[in-house]
Design a binder for this molecule. Structure first.
Ligand SMILES: [Zn+2]
Ligand SMILES: [Zn+2]
Ligand SMILES: [Zn+2]
Length: 391
């Protein structure tokens, strides 16, 4: 449903976040037809069929063996044709195919050592190495912790491993941006035509398309030029929903906000048809801005205090179009307390939806992190030791 990649995500042509082709799941080695040890193949020869790397019956000249030894290898056997040998690496024991010419005139590389280095770098960068890209040897496929596969340059993985940059999953990021817009009753359409990375084009529920700063979409501070609906006056809702997912059989809780929760569940979350959704509680909020601020604060605190009750995204990927704020049912009493706290705060500040909708200052003090929050008083112990996921 997200046809648009956020402009500050990497160029999709070079950084696709798709699923790595299953046929590639073997790194850079092939299984020769007549030898038990996998053979690493230099990238220029990777289109040669595995069957062609069979032994070539001919003696190994002494001179070749001496040169190989001086370069850290032993010639295990001749392979493919009279121009190739299989080299065994002195340091790791792995085998790599090499042209005799390369062996004699240059420094052959051990494919096994190179691949181990990539695996180690990927691990340090927080991803798992899956495969080299067959189209372009400077690219590889990596599995991100969210479960999506990323195509990235090895050089970028190296920088990420060194902590010089991060590796963002653009699939998750695009889903998050689409979700932000939908919670405000808008739909993300595309990048800013004038190329400003902070802006996007969105379509309102009334049909109006408009250029809006993403930051304002996140906080709900935006006016629709089509229907005149303004962020300062538009009421919203924080909802607590129980969702029974038909495919995984999971029952989950979602705490979110929306100006129209029923519509959101019916049309926007991409739930399978057989999904049962029960809105357990609806808390009217004076504005989309207030709803957004309260919901964000609550979810951030919940994730911090009850990490075991946050259901990992790969448990429901493909079933709900969200990437966070999905909890295990044992958290229900805590979630009710959190909502009680928000409700009490709204009543105290006289900001009930009907009271004074215009009083929601753009940067109102409701983000005060030191404010004691009723719903969080108990800490993990109030979960009665049951805050873990069902198997
Ligand atoms: Zn090696
Ligand atoms: Zn992802
Ligand atoms: Zn509108």
């Amino acid at each position: 449903m997200t046809e648009f990649k956020p402009p500050n995500s990497p160029d999709p042509g070079s950084h696709g976040s798709l699923t790595a082709p299953a046929a590639l799941m073997h790194g850079s080695s092939v299984q020769p037809p007549d030898h038990p040890v996998p053979l690493h193949i230099p990238h220029r020869s990777r289109d040669v069929a595995a069957a062609d790397w069979r032994g070539f019956p001919a003696p190994i000249p002494d001179r070749w063996a001496q040169v190989a030894a001086s370069k850290g290898f032993r010639i295990d056997r001749r392979i493919r044709d009279r121009y190739h040998v299989a080299l065994t690496c002195h340091s790791c024991g792995g085998q790599t195919a090499s042209k005799v010419y390369t062996l004699m005139t240059a420094e052959p590389r051990c494919g096994a050592c190179a691949e181990r280095r990539i695996r180690d770098l990927a691990k340090a960068a927080g991803v798992a190495f899956l495969a080299r890209d067959p189209e372009d040897h400077v690219y590889g496929w990596f599995r991100a912790p969210c479960g999506h596969d990323l195509r990235r340059q090895f050089e970028l993985i190296e920088r990420a491993a060194a902590g010089a940059c991060g590796l963002r999953c653009e699939t998750c990021h695009a889903a998050r941006e689409a979700e932000e817009a939908e919670a405000q009753g808008w739909r993300l359409i595309g990048p800013d035509p004038s190329g400003d990375r902070n802006y996007r084009i969105y379509r309102h529920g009334c049909g109006q398309e408009q250029r809006i700063a993403r930051a304002n979409m996140q906080t709900g501070r935006l006016d629709c030029g089509g229907c005149g609906e303004s962020w300062a006056s538009k009421p919203s809702c924080i909802y607590l929903a129980q969702i029974d997912l038909p495919d995984s059989g999971l029952r989950v809780l979602k705490l979110g906000y929306s100006s129209n929760p029923e519509h959101r569940f019916r049309y926007q979350l991409g739930l399978p048809r057989a999904t049962k959704v029960e809105l357990l509680r609806l808390l009217p909020m004076p504005t989309g801005h207030a709803a957004c601020a309260e919901e964000r604060r609550a979810n951030a605190r919940l994730a911090k205090r009850y990490p075991d009750a946050v259901i990992p995204v790969d448990a429901y990927v493909g079933e709900i179009n969200v990437v966070s704020e999905i909890y295990c049912p044992t958290l229900l009493p805590v979630l009710h307390k959190v909502l009680d706290g928000i409700e009490a705060r709204m009543n105290r500040s006289g900001r009930k939806p009907s009271a004074d909708p215009g009083s929601d200052a753009p940067d109102g003090g409701e983000d005060d992190e030191d404010d004691p929050d009723e719903g969080f008083g108990g800490g993990p112990a109030s979960l009665s030791g049951n805050g873990t996921l069902p198997p």
